[in-house]
Design a protein. Structure first.
Length: 100
């Protein structure tokens, strides 16, 4: 008989808890929904910031590459002959003997 009363008590407690949850759901769910929406907004803002940062960074990297190519092309009348002279000197210079 003792187990019957325990089972009835458990059923009553679960029924009471369900009734309380059904009648107080807006009070419980409002802060949870607010927190979830705030988290979704934070993640969306973080993704947007990372996207903008990556776009600006990539654009800046491409712009620096273009500037480097323009400078190399502008200075090519100077450094191409200089590079050829250095190459000829390196080819003609005797190599030091290897140490064993």
């Amino acid at each position: 008989m003792k187990t019957f009363f325990l089972i009835v008590l458990k059923i009553a407690l679960v029924a009471g808890a369900m009734w309380w949850l059904l009648h107080n759901a807006p009070l419980i769910m409002a802060p949870i929904a607010g927190a979830v929406l705030a988290l979704i907004g934070f993640v969306a803002a973080l993704i947007a910031a990372l996207t903008v940062g990556a776009t600006v960074g990539l654009s800046l990297l491409i712009a620096l590459g273009v500037v480097a190519c323009v400078i190399a092309a502008a200075l090519s009348p100077v450094w191409l002959p200089l590079l050829a002279i250095v190459a000829v000197v390196m080819l003609c210079r005797p190599r030091p003997a290897k140490r064993v």
